[in-house]
Design a protein around this ligand. Structure first.
Ligand SMILES: Cc1ncc(COP(=O)(O)O)c(C=O)c1O
Length: 404
């Protein structure tokens, strides 16, 4: 097979289907129209649709409470503050994640401490956590990266031994499960994002779920300018802000939640099937799927790419060729988080962070490798059918044949 057969060079595309995202139907349109016509778009006193969504999402996750807010960074931020993290406390986070996992810790005047990821899952490596614990450590934020559950039993056991709070960053984890429990419902609190690319979206948005009443009340207050449920509109008790969701966003999310379970099962089945197909291609190594996750929502389908098995074809070029074949994909983060100028140059603007905090010597080998070797296929393409997964594998074989 020659290069001319590749779509990038003018050949026929392997996948013609357009995996659009976001998806919606008349139910969203009707629900948003109803809110528009009602004139009840948001506070004050017009939060019934928001409350309905929160109840539905908490129920779906199996938790008592949910507090929605403007995005999945703020949801993490209010969870961190409400969990009792104080200035100068240390919080363990993985370095292979979106910046918000660590920058929200900084925003709370606390110190993110990076612990490397497991090579097979790209999730926080429990075997490396204890070495990073100091008397100042107060919490762990495991990220269920790409929708694949972290090893929560091991993380919770370490947290319990050292008296640490576990806040799950489930920004990628809508509907996914660990040993039959919904991600986000396993630690003290679980945070989700509803930003446009996420498996459930209202354009922007976020939510935290918890079973802890005290934490719930504090997060609800922080989200609502420090007000208390029993207080008056102009009474402010806590240092919160207006982080409220609108009623239009809430009804969109209520509709999206109704299809989440079906979509998650489709992504799970397709992801497993695709992993099986790609495992047969030398140089393509999908992540593991035997770490206790009973349902993977595949926000990202991730594999390592080995150029040496593709005649030296670089990863960037491979991703461009695969994209041209009709498969939405990315090469992911260019660096582990500690390499960002925010950390290297300590541009924190939070003066409670001790001078001793220094990221210039941090090096997490597995996170570095993940940044250099991974390819992400985006969740919407896993909403296709089995024949689409076969076409994805075929597209990769086609590229391989052109370069080997
Ligand atoms: C792992 C992770 N945590 C937190 C966030 C923050 O969510 P948002 O973009 O809604 O603020 C994201 C967003 O991409 C994320 O990927």
């Amino acid at each position: 097979m020659s290069k001319e057969h590749l779509a990038f060079y003018g050949g026929r595309k392997s996948v013609e289907k357009n995996f659009g995202w976001p998806v919606f139907d008349d139910n969203e349109i009707k629900a948003v129209e109803e809110v528009l016509r009602s004139g009840k778009w948001g506070s004050p006193n017009c939060q019934d649709k928001v409350a309905e969504f929160e109840q539905a999402f908490a129920g779906y996750c199996g938790t008592k409470y949910a507090v929605s807010c403007v995005n999945g960074s703020v949801s993490l931020r209010i969870a961190v503050i409400a969990s009792g993290i104080r200035p100068g406390d240390e919080v363990i986070v993985p370095p292979y994640t979106f910046i918000a996992t660590a920058s929200t810790v900084i925003e709370c005047n606390a110190v993110p401490v990076f612990v490397d990821i497991e090579p097979g899952t790209f999730n926080l490596d429990p075997a490396k956590i204890e070495a990073a614990i100091t008397p100042r450590t107060k919490a762990i934020i495991p990220v269920h990266f790409g929708g694949l559950a972290c090893d929560m039993d091991s993380i919770l056991a370490i947290a319990e031994k050292h008296g640490l709070t576990v806040i799950e960053d489930a920004a990628h984890g809508h509907g996914a499960e660990y040993k039959g429990r919904k991600l986000g419902s396993i630690g003290k609190a679980g945070s989700f994002s509803f930003q446009s690319s996420k498996n459930m979206t209202s354009g922007e948005g976020g939510v935290v779920v918890t079973n802890d009443e005290e934490m719930y009340k504090m997060m609800a207050s922080l989200r609502n300018v420090g007000r208390l449920e029993e207080g008056q509109w102009y009474d402010h008790f806590n240092a919160g802000c207006n982080y409220r969701l609108t009623q239009m966003q809430a009804v969109m999310l209520t509709e999206q939640l109704k299809r989440l379970e079906v979509q998650t099962r489709i992504r799970h089945d397709n992801g497993r099937y695709l992993a099986q197909l790609l495992n047969g291609i030398e140089g393509i190594e999908p992540l593991k799927s035997d770490v206790g996750e009973t349902l993977n929502c595949y926000h990202l389908f991730i594999f390592r790419y080995r150029p040496e098995a593709f005649g030296g074809l670089g990863r960037e070029e491979f991703v461009n060729l695969l994209g041209a074949e009709g498969i939405p994909c990315l090469k992911g983060y260019p660096h582990p988080l500690y390499k960002q100028p925010l950390f290297q140059e300590k541009r924190f603007m939070c003066y409670a962070i001790p001078e001793s905090a220094d990221y210039t010597g941090v090096y997490c080998e597995e996170a570095e490798k993940a940044c250099n070797e991974s390819v992400w296929i985006l969740q919407n393409s896993l909403l296709g059918d089995k024949s689409d997964m076969e076409a994805f594998a075929e597209a990769i074989r086609k590229i391989k044949a052109a370069f080997s």
